[in-house]
Ligand binder design. Structure first.
Ligand SMILES: [Zn+2]
Length: 150
């Protein structure tokens, strides 16, 4: 077993947790696993363009640790893209911080997060559909999540 680690802070909890290449039967499909903290590292580094230093601070880890998390995450994503594998996002060592509410559009199925304290959105930011969304179930903040021990 790995040594115990401090739980990493994750601000955006994934709702979509499985990605599957088209046209490959499930029985033939190989899967890569991306942990929730690895997904967060990708988000902070590659979408928000934060430095390892800043991103590491957001997640409560060192710059070096952040770099390692990111490297594993990119490797898993590349493996999936190159070899046509499914991506399963689950587990990892993390806790969810910074409460936000997650909405999903019934019309286009896009999902977006609304910061705490702001009102209910009036239109989908992706397609503009009016009031046709719901709060996604299972989005709970401040809840500790641990990977089950094998
Ligand atoms: Zn929409």
């Amino acid at each position: 077993m790995a040594r115990p680690q401090k739980r990493r802070r994750v601000a955006a909890h994934p709702q979509v947790s499985y990605f599957k290449p088209r046209g490959i039967p499930m029985v033939q499909l190989e899967e890569v696993r991306l942990t929730v903290d690895e997904r967060e590292a990708l988000r902070l580094a590659d979408l928000d363009n934060l430095s390892y230093e800043v991103a590491g601070r957001r997640m409560g880890v060192s710059r070096a640790t952040f770099g390692r998390i990111l490297q594993r995450a990119r490797r898993a994503m590349t493996d999936a893209l190159i070899h046509g594998k499914a991506i399963k996002i689950e587990g990892g060592n993390y806790r969810v911080v910074d409460e936000g509410r997650l909405f999903a559009c019934r019309h286009c199925e896009s999902r977006w997060e609304v910061p705490p304290g702001s009102g209910r959105p009036t239109a989908c930011p992706a397609c503009g559909a009016d009031q046709s969304f719901r709060i996604s179930a299972g989005f709970s903040s401040g809840e500790d999540q641990m990977e089950p021990s094998p």
